[in-house]
Design a binder for this molecule. Sequence first.
Ligand code: EPU
Length: 302
Amino acid sequence: MSGLARQSEISKQMAAFGAEWLPAEPLTRHTSLGVGGPADIIRVHDSRRLPKIMAFLHEQGVPWRMLGGGSNVLVVDQGLPDVLLQLARGEAIAFVGNRAEVPAATNLGTAVLECAKRNLAGMEGLAGVPGTVGGALRMNAGAYGTEIGDVVRAVTVFHGATGLFETVKTENVRFEYRHSSFSPDDVVLAATLELRDCPYAVTLERIKECNRKRLASQPIQEKSAGCIFKNPPGHSAGKMIDELGLKGTQVGGAVISERHANFIVNRDHATAGDVLKLMDLVRARILKAFGLELEEEVIVWR
Ligand code: EPU
């Protein structure tokens, strides 16, 4: 079968499974950092069809990865041989008492605000964190004293390895600093969040306060993948990088933000190579000066 015929066959199959086939998408368009080569994307509109989609990919020998909002990934310039699965937005949040059932594709900030409007609080710090609820769960996203794992009661996943759906109670998931115990083969589909009663006006004020702090300390108007390195226990990566005078250091179009030293921003058509070189430079300087090995917070896809 020619390449084109194969593409059309996959596209037809995916349409039958209620999914969109987007071949060779430039990942500059699908990531907040705006770098990365091409990859094929399958946008899944009906997660109940995942067993069929996975079986098809398995049959074709095509590896896959989940793409959430693309706000915490750095994709290499060569692109990826794997297909990226992305859950389409559309499903609404369901509320029962002080619990919210949130589809994984929901934008995290939207989820925080929707809950707040129903007088439910507990996620204010996360309001300005970019990305989807699914991505936030995988990374146990956190900011201003809140980690999403703190408010999760259950998570519905599709286990890619077994082809089974399961709702996992939170006591069976480990949420750690920027890490959760889901396996790479688990597709997070939805989360049940348990929140506190709190008047909307009060929560909104807290959200605004966090957003003010973020605006003052982080380069949110520039393209980035958020903090590049995890904070080593008892240390602040940003503070250490700043102390070494590395703010403003530039490789190609990538720059260490002058506003927050743990952010690398894509200021002028940066490549993934530029960003990776800057990361290597920072790692080497921190190791030399502080004897600490920085661990990546951003997920590098090679
Ligand atoms: N600092 C500097 N120079 C800098 C940056 C920070 O001196 O360039 C100092 C600050 O003044 C402060 C300390 O370092 O005394 C900590 O800085 P900040 O409050 O900005 O927090 P952070 O530890 O750098 C963490 C998370 C952020 C999250 C903020 C707010 C990590 C790696 N980073 O940053 O998360 O938004 O706290 O809660 O855990 C992300 O996950 O991508 C992210 C940005």
